[in-house]
Design a protein around this ligand. Structure first.
Ligand SMILES: [Zn+2]
Ligand SMILES: [Zn+2]
Length: 336
């Protein structure tokens, strides 16, 4: 399951205006090795640079119709399509796994962004933002992330969104999560609340919060009071390292810390009991909190927090393995 030696993927962009239907149905990319008059062409030659695990953005009729992951590098294969006399039969084929997008974005709606994000060499779009003539071009991570994010916005259900983002190994699901976190933080920052003393705390299961539709996506209401109690029981210290200092919160006279749901609330659908419980909310300094959401190398921090909370999570009937928890953060399980 884990594969820590996996290389970083490369990103490509393919125009399949003539071939999308056939190629997506049979899960491949194909390009001839030479033109009918025997010339090599760079946008076909690029096929040989694709490796297993690389991502491909698929354009069809000016829309981003699919994202795929290469399942092989290019191998010699005669044109598998019927009625293809316009091409030399001798070509390169790459096996890919497609994720077809039901509500695709239109590339011309994002012309400026694409122009600024795409690579300078072998770019799919020209200076005017129009698609270059050809088949395969280069993309890069920023370009890919942008496409994934714009596409994800258009997906209706959180379930589908998650499927798509998981396929793209995207960390964006995470940004949605942190938006919700921010709202709780804002609530507790802006309203006075008495400083709480939580002397004894016994984790127990709590009824699952109801799902609400929020501009097309499902979210779960968080109770600010639960987060406040979670901060109190941590004695307003950072649970990564008690020596992390912040400043004094105006309303409570206690050290400022931020609540973070260790198992993201976006995963509530997978659990029978509430994730909005003290057992699942850790108290973090802003720096640690932001690192967990946006930083590299949050593996160690998640692992540390998991170690502290796994028994409590079990008692709150939201037990989870470290491996699953890490997958919610798009981190790979590694054995040290
Ligand atoms: Zn958070
Ligand atoms: Zn900290």
């Amino acid at each position: 399951m884990s594969d820590q030696n996996r290389k970083k993927p490369n990103y490509f962009f393919v125009f399949q205006n003539k071939s999308f239907v056939e190629e997506s149905e049979e899960s491949y990319l194909w390009a001839p090795k030479k033109t009918l008059d025997g010339k090599k062409v760079s946008h076909w030659g690029l096929m040989t640079e694709v490796e297993e695990g690389d991502y491909v953005i698929h354009s069809f009729q000016k829309q981003i119709k699919a994202i795929s992951i290469a399942k092989s590098s290019a191998y010699t294969f005669d044109n598998p399509k019927e009625n293809a006399e316009q091409w030399m039969p001798d070509g390169w084929k790459i096996d890919t796994e497609y994720f077809i997008i039901d509500k695709p974005i239109i590339t011309s709606d994002h012309r400026e962004a694409i122009k600024s994000l795409q690579p300078t060499k072998n770019a799919p779009f020209n200076k005017l933002g129009k698609g270059n003539t050809g088949y395969l071009f280069r993309a890069n991570k920023d370009f890919f992330d942008f496409i994934v994010k714009q596409t994800a916005v258009q997906i209706d259900t959180l379930e589908e969104k998650r499927k798509f983002l998981n396929f793209c190994a995207s960390s964006i699901i995470y940004e949605i999560e942190s938006e919700m976190d921010d709202r709780v933080i804002e609530e507790i920052n802006q309203n006075p609340w008495p400083s709480l003393e939580i002397v004894d705390y016994y984790p127990s299961p709590k009824v699952r919060p109801t799902a609400v539709q929020n501009s097309g996506r499902i979210t779960y209401v968080r109770e600010p009071m639960v987060s406040k109690r979670a901060l109190a029981r941590a004695k307003y210290k950072c649970e990564i390292d008690e020596s992390h200092h912040s400043f004094t919160r105006r309303f409570t006279n206690q050290q400022y810390m931020e609540p973070h749901h260790l198992i993201p609330m976006s995963q509530q659908g997978e659990f029978d009991y509430s994730l909005d419980v003290e057992a699942n909310i850790v108290s973090l300094c802003s720096n640690c909190h932001n690192q967990i959401h946006y930083g590299e190398g949050s593996f160690e921090k998640i692992k540390l927090l998991y170690g502290k909370r796994k028994d409590e999570l079990k008692k709150a009937k939201v037990a989870i393995t470290l491996e699953n928890l890490l997958s919610f953060y798009n981190l790979e399980f590694k054995i040290d």
